[in-house]
Structure formats: structure tokens, C-alpha cells
Design a protein around this ligand. Structure first.
Ligand SMILES: [Mg+2]
Length: 215
């Protein structure tokens, strides 16, 4: 865990969580999500699955070779000519959180504790329907006041647009907002760039430590 905090912290910050890899850990589901999108891309480009996967890999490798930060899958799809609406629709149609996620009683109790002092929000690169369904499957939907999803801005993190949209609905100065996520360049860096604070976690179990850290 790495903290990007400027104490003293307010007792009533807004905590903006990432979803995948932050509120649950399920590598098979995360892989299935990506594979379901590659299937759609392959149809769109008229390629085989491995042909489409190779196109994605080439873009990722080219960015890495130029020392650019990792791009979101959505951004890679845009580069390959997929429209914003199609990116959202493919995810709505093919990602089914209830098949993969189940209630996490410990996470429920930790987020319930956090939500007594702090407002909780979600900022995700998935559409709102997938985000809502995921939080419901984990049994934590009621803890969240706001969800900023892909179909709010049609920009994927690390683009700053989802963070700006979050600040608009949170109606709080950026320094009162703490973003919690599992990828520095995607979740944390853009938030710090807008004056927010951040907590980078390595595993979702580190979310269990947040009440102590924010005390
Ligand atoms: Mg994540």
C-alpha cells in the first residue's frame, strides 16, 4: 500500500473507489471481461480472436517501448476505430458480474464503518449497469452515494474526465477527496493531478485497513 495523503485529513472525506482489483479480486473474471471484449473486437475488425488480441498486444508494446503509461482497453479500442457507444454496449451486453461475484461480508462491514464518516463513490471504466450490478453482487451497493461510470463521460481512466465528473457531483474541493485504486497510473496519478489525494493498494484485502488509516 502507498499513501498519497496530506494530513491532517478531514473526518468527512469523500472516498472514491476503483472497482476491479480494488473492491474484489477475481483474476478469472477480470480475464473473462477482457476476453469478452476481444471477441467483440475480432468481429468488428473481421479478425480471429488471436488476431484481435495481437492488435491489442502490439499497441500495448508500442506504448511500453516509448515509455508511455499503460492505456486502458477502452482507449486501445478507440485507437482501433471502435466508437464510444459500441465500447459501452459491448460491455453492457457481455460482462455479467452476478456470474462471478458474491457477497463479501467483511467488505460490507468495513464499507459500512467507512460510510458513517465518509461519503463513498465509485469511479470505474465499466458502464453504469455493470458497476451497479457488481456492487449489488458484492452486497455493498447501499454504501455508495455516487457512481461515475464509462457512460457518464465516455472517457476511460486515466483520462481526467471521469475524475472531473466525480468532483462535479461530489461538490467538494479536490483535497477533501481520496481516490483508492490498484493501479497508480490509471487510478491514482490522474486524481493527484487534479489536487485529490490517493491510496494505492496491492490487494483488495488492504481495503480492510482503511478505517484504521483514515482514523
Ligand atoms: Mg482496478
Amino acid at each position: 500500500m502507498r499513501l498519497f495523503l496530506n494530513p491532517p485529513l478531514r473526518r468527512d472525506c469523500v472516498l472514491a473507489f476503483d472497482l476491479d482489483g480494488t473492491l474484489y479480486d477475481n483474476p478469472n473474471y477480470i480475464r473473462a471481461q477482457e476476453e469478452s471484449q476481444v471477441v467483440q473486437l475480432a468481429q468488428f475488425l473481421g479478425l480471429s480472436f488471436s488476431g484481435a488480441a495481437a492488435r491489442i498486444r502490439d499497441i500495448r508494446q508500442a506504448r511500453a517501448a516509448r515509455n508511455l503509461p499503460a492505456a486502458s482497453l477502452g482507449d486501445i479500442f478507440r485507437k482501433l476505430g471502435v466508437s464510444d457507444n459500441m465500447i459501452v454496449q459491448w460491455r453492457r451486453d457481455n460482462i455479467h458480474p452476478r456470474d462471478w461475484l458474491s457477497e463479501d461480508p467483511r467488505l460490507q462491514s468495513i464499507l459500512t464503518i467507512l460510510s458513517t464518516h465518509h461519503e463513498l463513490a465509485l469511479i470505474t471504466n465499466n458502464p453504469k449497469s455493470v458497476a451497479t450490478e457488481s456492487l449489488r453482487a458484492l452486497g455493498i451497493l447501499a454504501c455508495f452515494t455516487n457512481i461515475i461510470a464509462l457512460d457518464d463521460t465516455f472517457k476511460s481512466k486515466p483520462h481526467p474526465a471521469p475524475y472531473r465528473a466525480f468532483l462535479d457531483v461530489a461538490r467538494r474541493p479536490p483535497e477533501d477527496c481520496i481516490v483508492i485504486g490498484d493501479r497508480y497510473s490509471v487510478d491514482i496519478e490522474p486524481a493527484l493531478g487534479l489536487g485529490m489525494q490517493g491510496i494505492l493498494i496491492e490487494t483488495p484485502s488492504e481495503v480492510y485497513l482503511l478505517p484504521e488509516i483514515l482514523e
